[in-house]
Design a protein. Structure first.
Ligand code: CA
Length: 368
């Protein structure tokens, strides 16, 4: 090789190395220099699914606005970046910095996650927020997720859910025996223990199964989301409220290393934006559920019914058994269970006196 050609080549390599170096610098120290970070949020919901997907998008928007664009969050619907039920691992591994889901989807990692979404005969939406923010729940949740390198925040609540859609009227516990019913998680387990034939199906498969007669009944969320799926077309008996899901919390998870690396004010932006969503999501569900319920009853002739007393009693007994089994769990799960149950015990005196006491009085004067 002639000296001149060699020099030319060397210059090219040096230039390439320099480009490589500057690209690497841009990746590693992005945007911190310019004060701008771009994060990804993976979710378990279809993008912009009413109430749930829209909550993730609004949270991302809120973080961008509150930080004046210093931290922007790009939202991925379930399956867009990773499959829905891999969202937690994606955040733990840093594939995405944030996730939006319901904690009980991760009960395969720890049964204790159920307490941060909902458990049968558990807490209402208000009570769950009270436990997380002022009853020691957040500290326990932090402890549980720290092992996975994840920082959790409460980021919404669906409020009271409905018990489900039944083709035939349920007059007593007898009518529930062997009934094929879609219900996941501990809620499903409660039904199973009172003689129901429980099946687990993703949301999108409930309607076709009900239509085909593969299942006799199924639950999803409440009037707003249920109306959208059209369950009333094949089942007219709408039982509620749900006793298995009295108020399901939503979570925002953040990769802990990414979170710890943020300046204090951006950490506070995330914390505050999540807290704002707790109220915003519940208000969204409350407003839209009431509208949808009216439409279901007046336009689609749906029969809204309470579960018969013997069904409630049997399910209550099953729920007690299910929770009691947490006594034998690992240390952190037991600690969370004990905190939750002690908090619920205090609520037994207060909540029936507060909203629970007021609502029958209002109905007595104004009608149901
Ligand atoms: Ca449900």
């Amino acid at each position: 090789m002639k000296r001149r050609e060699f020099l030319k080549g060397a210059a090219k390599s040096a230039a390439a190395a320099a480009v490589g170096a500057s690209a690497a610098t841009q990746l590693a120290a992005p945007a911190i220099a310019q004060g701008k970070l771009e994060w990804r949020m993976v979710t378990t919901w279809p993008k912009n699914f009413p109430g749930l997907g829209t909550a993730a998008s609004r949270l991302a928007q809120r973080i961008g606005d509150m930080s004046e664009g210093r931290l922007t969050v790009k939202v991925f619907g379930g399956g867009e970046l990773v499959p829905p039920f891999e969202a937690f691992d994606a955040v733990a591994q840093g594939t995405a910095q944030m996730g939006h889901a319901a904690a009980y989807y991760w009960q395969g990692k720890s049964k204790a996650t159920n307490f941060f979404t909902t458990v049968p005969f558990g807490l209402t939406a208000d009570e769950l927020a009270a436990w997380v923010y002022h009853g020691g729940g957040q500290e326990l949740w932090d402890k549980l997720y720290a092992d996975f390198g994840v920082k959790p925040f409460l980021a919404g609540n669906t409020g009271a859910q409905m018990g489900g859609w039944f083709r035939n009227e349920i007059k007593s516990l007898e009518d529930m025996q062997g009934l094929k019913f879609r219900a996941p998680g501990l809620n499903g387990e409660m039904y199973r223990r009172v003689g129901v034939n429980v099946v687990s199906l993703p949301g999108g498969e409930i309607f076709p199964a009900l239509q085909a007669g593969t299942i006799d009944a199924g639950e999803w969320v409440g009037p707003w989301n249920d109306l959208a799926f059209g369950f009333y077309k094949v089942a007219k008996n709408y039982y509620g409220p749900a006793i298995g899901e009295p108020g399901s919390g939503l979570e925002c998870t953040v990769n802990k290393e990414a979170y710890d690396g943020l300046p204090k004010d951006l950490q506070e932006v995330i914390r505050t934006a999540c807290a704002a969503e707790v109220n915003a999501v519940l208000a969204d569900f409350t407003a839209n559920n009431s509208k949808a319920l009216e439409e279901l009853v007046t336009k689609h002739e749906v029969q809204v019914r309470p579960f018969p007393d013997d069904v409630v009693e049997a399910m209550g007994k099953a729920a007690q058994e299910i929770l009691a089994e947490f006594e034998g769990a690992d240390a952190i799960t037991k600690e969370i269970y004990e905190s939750f149950v002690a908090f619920r015990q205090r609520m037994l005196a207060w909540s029936p006196l507060a909203e629970g006491g007021y609502l029958p009085l209002r109905a007595r004067v104004l009608g149901a």
